[in-house]
Design a protein around this ligand. Sequence first.
Ligand SMILES: Cc1cc2nc3c(=O)[nH]c(=O)nc-3n(C[C@H](O)[C@H](O)[C@H](O)COP(=O)(O)OP(=O)(O)OC[C@H]3O[C@@H](n4cnc5c(N)ncnc54)[C@H](O)[C@@H]3O)c2cc1C
Length: 454
Amino acid sequence: MKNRSPWLYQLDQARVSKTLPGDLAADVAIIGAGIAGTATAYFTLKYTDKRVVVLERFKMAHGATGHNAGQVTSYFERGFASLAEEFGLDMAARGQRAVEDAWALLDEMYTDAGLDIPFSRFEGHAGFTSETQVLLHLKNNHRRQEAGLPLERMRISETAAFLSAIPAEYKGLYEVVPHQKVLALLESEAPEYVAALSYQKGCINSALLCQEVFAYLLKTYPDRLALYEHAPVHKLILRDADALLDAGTHTVTADRVVLCTNGFEDFTIINEHGLEVNGRFHAGLSGHIGYMSGYLEKLNKPPVAISYFPQSGASAGEVYFYLTRRPYEYEAHPGHNLISIGGPEAALPERGAYSYEQEFPEEYVQAIDDFLRKTYDSDPNKKIEYIFTWHGLMGYTKNGVRMVGPEPQNPVLLYNLGCNGIGILPSACGGRIIARHLAGEKVEPSIFDVPKKG
Ligand SMILES: Cc1cc2nc3c(=O)[nH]c(=O)nc-3n(C[C@H](O)[C@H](O)[C@H](O)COP(=O)(O)OP(=O)(O)OC[C@H]3O[C@@H](n4cnc5c(N)ncnc54)[C@H](O)[C@@H]3O)c2cc1C
């Protein structure tokens, strides 16, 4: 099956891209025009007076941003308790708050640009099947409480076999409810789900957001912004006060360069002013391909986002499924909900070995369908036609936290990357942090800082 994304389908197919007209110079070069590059350009233009050039290897928003689940969610791929263990409670809490505050940053972009694209907000849920999962999330909640963060709402079925084994210190962090209540929140009849965790979530087409925000930025800052597509950067030469970028046919010189490339695309970094960066950078990131399917149904239910943890382990590294339902316009027929489901992932064996052109393996269509039939849409007589099947690439940092800020070996280079599977809010948060660095502000240390050692 083809890689066919519902988000790219909604983009303006007639939009004309500009290619690099010749060698040029700018204050800031942003490499990559996904949600990270868009947010970085937006906040840099708004909060500094810098001239910005954005260089995109292919087409704006056609990377992970155009192939994701489009859930707006503030959690990390690892729990808050483990962040607190690595960074200390205060710093972890500041990091968590920064991502939660990124809701306001998305709103700022959305409002400034005068957008009217669908952006739904609601209470989303995660469903658990085991004691280990529930205890892990209660531990996270306990640490959130100590840090003064808002709590996630945990509801546990009165039928859960492990109720009496929940440590007393977690009292007050969960409610015991009828099993039916848990299943109703999860919109499932699968009896193995015995707990539901609820928190604010949303959904948006992040590719459409990029398209619309760039249209606004290009109109608002015609003298300070240029976006060039089909402009792959092959080599970055970092000098003591600026950088030279080899973009194939032409070169770009910039005082600062921000990598918003998600991770591991093929380019070389040569640092003429300090220690080697290239190997360290590439060794710090690995790739995972995420697979998703989507189908349409009547627009008769509100938007929702639900994650399901069908196996018995804790969340970190476990296979889970995530489902969103949202209004979606398709062809000439209005009034649909799009149900999209993801879960299967494959590690990328080597850097650069991924292409968006790759076929979508049948086995993953089947795995998603099996999950769906068992958990969400279990009517055996219903024919489900997956009109979209798509995959995208996620760049994982070693510690699962987005990398934002200057490269310690040479601050001419900055990063806003490492999507780790959840990147919409973290990209916006990263874009605001980068703009503060570029404005010359003193930025306090954070969990997003680029590690000094590889
Ligand atoms: C299947 C899947 C599901 C996901 N679900 C969610 C979700 O529900 N919620 C959520 O928050 N996040 C989700 N994510 C993650 C989210 O999509 C990403 O974190 C986010 O889109 C990353 O944005 P980005 O701009 O960093 O990367 P990208 O969108 O990948 O953009 C990077 C851009 O850099 C360009 N580029 C790379 N190298 C070069 C080069 N050398 N020269 C020029 N340009 C270059 C690429 O072409 C690309 O356009 C999901 C990801 C996947 C794959």
